[in-house]
Design a protein around this ligand. Structure first.
Ligand SMILES: Cc1ncc(C[n+]2csc(CCOP(=O)(O)OP(=O)(O)O)c2C)c(N)n1
Ligand code: SF4
Length: 283
């Protein structure tokens, strides 16, 4: 497969230099290298700059409402579990309005990849504080510095029993592509938190900020089967910031919860059911 096959004619309106470009490019590369045809893939995006991604990638797509990527993606995967489902959210979309959905998708092990465009700020609405903004971060909605403690997507995922937990950086596209391929091939809920510089509104967490700090877990002998070690690494944020696969475990995806799906995807099954038999079951 060539990555050109996933291109669309839409004009890209992201700011030049935005970290979203690296996410878009590496997702296309990962899909091409996995040999996934356009019709086998669905992209679900929320509202925010990240949400425009469905315009720029030629796979099935739904640009849904703010914070509702996970229920929509769960429904799609349940209706047709043969599809490869990719969810894309901003840090605001995922961890403010959408946070109620997150632990449930993780603990159910919905078989999908959830990619967070984590720029530590609201991009589309021009620079308000987000739930992943660090304490003290000054924005137009936090002029005295952010008061609250930031949400950490990785520890959220680990405590919610996500079966694949990773972080990558838009300035390290090679590693991002490899991690994305593993996440897409993983059976179950795979979180990939991408450090995505917003060059227009976040003047603190820049490419240089991350370049000075990131190190790769695969260079350290990190054991991704060790939950405690993963949690410890996930809490690390300062002079050194780890990127890579923090944790993975094998357990069946959510579709195994529904015996009817053993007969094949719901979309391929007949809508005509023996209603009389069904009613009798409940009498
Ligand atoms: C229900 C609802 N509430 C609020 C908004 C306004 N709104 C649009 S995008 C956004 C947040 C954008 O930040 P993020 O999710 O981090 O995405 P980014 O733009 O950074 O990619 C908000 C609050 C909305 N569109 N819908
Ligand atoms: S506002 Fe920020 S996140 Fe949005 S396109 Fe511009 S640089 Fe990217």
């Amino acid at each position: 497969m060539s990555i050109k096959e996933y291109d669309t004619p839409a004009t890209n309106t992201w700011c030049p230099g935005c970290g979203n470009f690296a996410i878009l490019m590496t997702v296309k590369q990962a899909l091409a290298e996995l040999g996934l045809a356009r019709e086998e893939v669905v992209a679900v995006t929320g509202i925010g700059c990240h949400g425009k991604l469905t315009d720029y990638i030629n796979v099935n797509g739904i640009h849904t409402i703010h914070g509702r990527v996970l229920p929509v993606a769960t429904a799609i995967k349940t209706a047709n579990h043969k599809l490869t489902v990719l969810g894309f959210s901003g840090d605001g979309d995922a961890f403010n309005i959408g946070i109620g959905h997150f632990p449930h998708a993780a603990r159910r092990n919905v078989n999908m990849t959830y990619i967070i465009h984590d720029n530590l700020i609201y991009g589309l609405t021009t620079g308000q504080t987000s739930p992943t903004s660090k304490q003290g971060f000054v924005t137009k909605t936090s002029p005295r510095g952010e008061w609250s403690i930031a949400i950490n997507p990785l520890t959220q995922a680990l405590t919610a029993h996500a079966s694949f937990v990773a972080r990558t950086f838009a300035g390290e596209p090679k590693q991002m592509k490899e991690v994305l391929k593993q996440a897409i091939e993983h059976e179950g809920f795979a979180l990939v938190d991408v450090l995505q510089p917003c060059v227009s509104f976040n003047k603190v967490n820049t490419y240089q900020f991350y370049k000075d700090r990131v190190y790769k877990l695969e260079d350290t002998g990190h054991d991704s089967g060790d939950w405690d070690m993963a949690y410890q690494r996930a809490e690390e944020w300062g002079d050194r910031i780890p990127i890579g696969v923090f944790y993975r475990e094998e357990r069946p995806g959510y579709e195994h919860n529904f015996p009817v799906l053993a007969e094949g995807p719901l979309v391929d099954q007949s809508l005509v059911r023996d209603l009389e038999k069904l009613f009798k079951e409940y009498m």
